[in-house]
Design a protein around this ligand. Structure first.
Ligand SMILES: Cc1cc2nc3c(=O)[nH]c(=O)nc-3n(C[C@H](O)[C@H](O)[C@H](O)COP(=O)(O)O)c2cc1C
Length: 165
């Protein structure tokens, strides 16, 4: 699958097969996160790959909008050092991970982290230092079924040269 196909066919996957994902692949997803654009090239992102079943279960209990983390082979947590552009930097890294997962034939879902009621609980569960903040959680695994999400047509969201209704 080429890059454009990956971009255009990625969808959030919340149902997973009970099948492990090779650690080397999970590390590659974090590597693709590492290589995302960051403001002033500060590279504030840090990644924690969780595959341990008990720890995944605990995460799925803490992260109320990501109960399906428990069914995924792994959850990659995206953290950032506290910097002025950490949200944008963490978001770019997260999107890279989603796309890399698709390229590896995996399903994934972006789960909100920063500003959510469980943010601090997840940070202390993982044991990160005070200046490291949770930006997102990404569930990853082999897809069970086929996820579909409807998208607005291009004509509805794009303008050329100026805003015309
Ligand atoms: C910033 C952000 C936060 C999200 N948080 C959650 C979440 O907490 N739980 C969840 O199931 N999906 C979450 N999603 C996934 C969106 O629901 C999903 O991207 C959206 O419905 C569009 O579907 P698609 O990813 O298949 O294109 C989040 C996506 C983004 C970009």
């Amino acid at each position: 699958m080429n890059a454009l196909e990956v971009l255009k066919t990625r969808r959030s996957v919340r149902k997973y097969l009970d099948k492990n994902v090779e650690l080397s692949i999970l590390k590659d997803l974090a590597d693709c996160g590492r290589l995302a654009a960051t403001a002033r090239n500060i590279q504030p992102c840090r990644f924690v790959i969780v595959t341990d079943k008990k720890r995944k279960l605990k995460l799925s209990e803490l992260v109320t909008s990501g109960k399906f983390i428990n069914d995924a082979a792994a959850c990659i947590l995206v953290f950032c050092e506290e910097t002025p552009f950490m949200i944008e930097d963490g978001a770019a890294a997260t999107q890279n991970i989603l796309l890399a997962a698709k390229a590896h034939g995996l399903g994934s879902c972006w789960i909100a982290g920063y500003g959510r009621p469980y943010q601090k609980e997840v940070e202390s569960f993982i044991g990160v230092p005070e200046n490291i903040k949770l930006i997102s959680c990404v569930s990853v695994g082999y897809e069970d079924g086929k996820a579909e999400t409807s998208k607005k047509p291009l004509e509805e969201v794009m303008h050329i040269d100026c805003w015309k209704e």
